[in-house]
Design a protein around this ligand. Structure first.
Ligand code: HEM
Ligand SMILES: *[C@@H]1O[C@H](CO)[C@@H](O)[C@H](O)[C@H]1NC(C)=O
Ligand SMILES: *[C@@H]1O[C@H](CO)[C@@H](O)[C@H](O)[C@H]1NC(C)=O
Length: 330
């Protein structure tokens, strides 16, 4: 049974991968290349890894936050470092967009990495967008997840869009159809949706994102979990909005706990439980990944490479920012 499911999904994954390879290929400029910095700065990747490991050792949640930072960068006009730009009196970036405000973290760590990389490279050769992509991979590895080679050579945007950030990042209130169409609009499949949502094996959510599920008799959330979450998330809007609950039972370990939770109705976000609710293909994928930890790790790594390759700026487009928080010469 497991073997035949595995074969079926391997075929489906293969067809999806072929379609996605076409979609994800940048239409202009150079392709991303895992060896992009081999000559220009062989110290770049080890330096990023060292700073990420220090940050995650000091605070395990930082690994989750850096993974999410990469997702929120890539889903808004591609993986171009646009999320890192600070607002100014003359410029509105993505940091105060609704999915990001008071929520996305890790900017200080990115600054530390940038400084360390520029010192190690004796110059400004590594883009902020590449730093975010590599830091996400190194975070996953630091918390016990799979490794993969990150295609490199992204350049940094000179613009950002709060409107696009509001509109392009899926919300935790979305049902399965909206989640799937959000991913499809980025060239990502239903399987990518299910496996990348496995990122919620790490990290935390604020009360404001799951409160509605706790005080609603008709919600599908497991009763015991609802009762324990009520203790950290009071009913009244505005009280305890930023209180945290782990997205799975082991928020600092990359494991199969997320999918096991979904099987028991213990997905924390409405969007999580939507992946195991309707009895269709998504349900079958959740069962598959709950039962096959190795397949989850392998497919997560493959899907991360696809997400990391969304619409990069390459060649002479964009720039290599000196300071990840602002565009050059501004
Ligand atoms: C499928 C649609 C998704 C939705 C609706 C969603 C939504 C959310 C929400 C609401 C939070 C809590 C934020 C807060 O309360 O401040 C969160 C946290 C997180 N998300 Fe997602 N997410 C999705 C997909 C992903 C993907 C694709 C990844 C990475 C591969 C990811 C990685 C994370 C991580 C690691 C955290 C914890 C961050 C931390 O503790 O700082 N999410 N997500
Ligand atoms: C994005 O959402 C935020 C928070 O809801 C809102 O204040 C802002 O006006 C929105 N920005 C745009 C450009 O739509
Ligand atoms: C309660 O949950 C049901 C099912 O998810 C949903 O249709 C309904 O809108 C929710 N009600 C409130 C008040 O949030």
């Amino acid at each position: 049974m497991a073997a035949s499911l595995s074969r079926r999904f391997a075929v489906a994954a293969c067809v999806a991968a072929m379609a996605l390879a076409l979609l994800a290929t940048p239409s202009r400029g150079q392709l991303l290349d895992t060896h992009f910095y081999d000559k220009a700065c062989p110290a770049a990747l080890p330096t990023i890894k060292r700073v990420v490991e220090e940050a995650v050792a000091a605070e395990p949640r930082m690994g989750a936050s850096l993974l999410r930072l990469h997702f929120h960068d890539c889903f808004v006009n591609g993986c171009d470092g646009s999320i890192l730009l600070d607002d100014t009196p003359f410029f509105t970036g993505e940091k105060r967009a609704s999915p990001n405000v008071n929520s996305v973290r890790g900017f200080d760590v990115i600054d530390r990495i940038k400084a360390a990389v520029n010192a190690a490279c004796r110059g400004n050769v590594v883009s902020c967008a590449d730093i975010v992509a590599v830091a996400a991979r190194d975070s996953v590895v630091a918390l016990g997840g799979p490794s993969y080679d990150v295609p490199l050579g992204r350049r940094d945007a000179r613009t950002a869009s709060q409107a696009a950030a509001n509109n392009s990042i899926p919300a935790p209130t979305f049902n399965l159809d909206r989640l799937a169409s959000s991913f499809a609009s980025h060239g990502l499949s239903l399987q990518d949706l299910v496996v990348l949502s496995g990122g919620h094996t790490l990290g935390f959510s604020r009360c404001t994102n799951f409160r509605d599920r706790l005080y609603n008799e008709t919600d599908t959330l497991d009763g015991a979990l609802a009762a324990s979450l009520q203790a950290v998330c009071p009913r009244a809007t505005g009280s305890g909005d930023d209180n945290l609950a782990p997205l799975d039972p082991t928020p600092a370990r990359f494991d199969g706990g997320y999918y096991a939770s979904l099987l028991r109705g213990r997905g924390v976000l409405h969007s999580d439980q939507q992946l195991f609710a309707a009895g269709g293909v998504a349900d079958a994928l959740v069962r598959f990944y709950a039962a096959n930890g190795d397949a989850f790790r392998r497919d997560f790594a493959d899907a991360m490479v696809r997400m990391a390759s969304l619409s990069p700026l390459t060649g002479t487009r964009g720039e290599i920012r000196y300071n990840c928080r602002k565009v050059n010469y501004s």
